[in-house]
Design a protein around this ligand. Structure first.
Ligand code: NAD
Ligand code: UGA
Length: 464
């Protein structure tokens, strides 16, 4: 039996440890956090994050071999294996502000582990970190000459929000990196044994420490790059009457390209893509690889462009003014099946609409509380309405910003009837049946598709 603890009870720490506890009943798993309210929520019936399948696993394991606590020092002392899953946001101050990773939480954790350890331990980097962070953690942990030995292992997490449990239960791969020393390789074996409880051995891959750390940043950069690539093409589609969905389908059938992650949208959001790419850019610049940094930075720039382009399209379609107009935003979460609103395009669009003095109503099945928190003072100017029909009543326009299936199944005839005419719908996720909406009377604007409007004069095309 091993005593496993995880420092950081967030979107990664909570779900990953719950799944480990489920599959390793002989191990004791304790998830720790400085945030008392968060720990109290993990101990309650109202978990702090919404994730399909999570409630069931927590209910089955909590109090048996899964525990949540704020007593970090005591649990560190008793641990054999410590996962570090604290947040690593973009630095907002000093050198590297706006790009580099803010490693203060990771460093504090390393010092706290050192101060409270009376036995040797394996420390696992679960947080996403700049390549070579393990070296700094090792230096801190091995700085006291207390005779204890710490092995630092990189085990980045690839789960996506909204599918965290299925991603953990059935991962494409588990990646474990460590020093190529005898004790580093033993540490790899120990972590591998945990995952081998439910992941086939051939899907657990091992690398050196730096490859593991860098692979995490690289994976997110490649995923985000695909979205920016298709979104960049969506802009050209809108000018040429090509349909981005048809283009994505046509290119995705090439097995070398593949069909996934080619959904054009108002842009990617979430707490990680932007911060991880900017971190990669910062690392490249740090090593003097400015062209490489500029290459990856363009992925973020296209994403920003896609969001501002969406708002510009709204304004120009609605006769160049939206001041005083009632605009309803369908969806606040950065993607479906999560309540998370961090870096959500919905909030970026909301801020831009408020800037134009529109009157914004926002609806979402799970994310309104987080949206209000993230909008800060601006939240006072937004009406939050959980019922989409009530939210759309008397609206000049509806904008779909999260791909919740709830919005596909609405009665759009009812929505149309309750709106001010001409009624506009902007589908930032391309999830609706645009021809049907047009037939109902809507003026329909989608991503990367010709607009379907009831107005006479259309934009001229390329004049040859
Ligand atoms: P989060 O903000 O949801 O959770 C982090 C938690 O760490 C917070 O509850 C915070 O209170 C706690 N914390 C910070 N400092 C602490 C300390 N000194 N002691 C104890 N607790 C402390 O973050 P997250 O989304 O879970 O992400 C964690 C890491 O995992 C990040 O590096 C992120 O890039 C990475 N990651 C996230 C996802 C995701 O889907 N969210 C997926 C893969 C990897
Ligand atoms: C992403 C990665 O998919 C995970 O592998 C990774 O572990 C995680 O980041 C992380 O490091 O935090 P996540 O951000 O939770 O996961 O969600 P994704 O499914 O990747 O979606 C990210 C954003 O891209 C969402 O806003 C989504 O709507 C958007 N997206 C996704 C598109 O616009 N088009 C697509 O084709 C796919």
């Amino acid at each position: 039996m091993a005593n496993i603890v995880c420092i950081g009870a967030g979107h990664v720490g909570g779900p990953t440890m719950a799944v480990i506890a489920k599959h390793c009943p002989e191990h004791r798993v304790t998830v720790l956090d400085i945030n008392e309210a968060r720990i109290a929520a993990w101990q309650s019936d109202n978990l702090p994050i919404y994730e399909p399948g999570l409630d069931e696993i927590v209910r089955a394991t909590r109090g048996k071999n899964l525990f949540f606590s704020t007593d970090i020092n005591r649990n560190i002392a008793e641990a054999d294996i410590i996962f570090v899953s604290v947040n690593t946001p973009t630095k907002t101050f000093g050198q590297g502000a706006g790009k580099a990773s803010d490693l203060q939480f990771v460093e504090k954790t390393a010092r706290q582990i050192l101060e409270n350890s009376t036995s040797s331990k394996i420390v696992v980097e679960k947080s996403t970190l700049p390549v070579r962070t393990a070296e700094a953690i090792e230096r801190i942990l091995n700085s006291s000459g207390n005779g204890l030995h710490f092995d630092v292992v990189s085990n980045p997490e690839f789960l996506a929000e909204g599918t965290a449990i299925t991603d953990m239960e059935n991962p494409n791969r588990v990646l474990i990196g460590a020093r190529e020393t005898h004790s580093g390789q033993k540490a790899i074996e120990t972590i591998m044994d945990i995952y081998a409880h439910w992941v086939p051995r051939k899907r657990i891959i091992t690398t050196n420490l730096w490859s593991s750390e860098l692979s995490k940043l690289a994976a997110n950069a490649f995923l985000a790059q695909r979205i920016s690539s298709i979104n960049a093409l969506s802009a050209l589609c809108e000018k040429t009457e090509a349909d981005v969905n048809e283009v994505a389908h046509a290119i995705g059938l090439d097995e070398r390209i593949g069909s996934r992650f080619l959904r054009a949208s108002v842009g990617f959001g979430g707490s990680c893509f932007k911060k991880d790419i900017l971190n990669l850019v910062y690392l490249c610049e740090h090593y003097g690889l400015n062209e490489v940094g500029a290459y990856w930075e363009q992925v973020v720039k296209i994403n920003d462009y896609q969001q501002s382009r969406f708002v510009s399209n709204m304004i120009s379609s609605m006769f160049n003014t939206i001041a005083g107009k009632h605009i309803t935003i369908f969806g606040a979460a950065f993607k479906a099946n999560t309540g998370d609103t961090r870096e959500s395009p919905a909030l970026a669009v909301c801020r831009a609409l408020l800037e134009e003095q529109a009157e914004v109503v926002m609806t979402d099945p799970h994310a309104l509380e987080n949206a209000a928190r993230d909008l800060g003072e601006l939240a006072d100017r937004v009406r939050f309405e959980p019922d989409p029909y009530a939210a759309a009543k008397n609206a000049h326009a509806v904008a779909i910003l999260t791909e919740w299936s709830d919005y596909v199944d609405l009665d759009y005839q009812q929505v149309y009837r309750s709106m001010i005419k001409p009624a506009f719908i902007f589908d930032g996720r391309n999830i609706l049946d645009h021809a049907q909406l047009f037939a109902l009377g809507f003026n329909v604007y989608a991503i990367g598709k010709p607009a379907l409007t009831h107005f006479a004069n259309k934009q001229p095309h390329l004049e040859l």
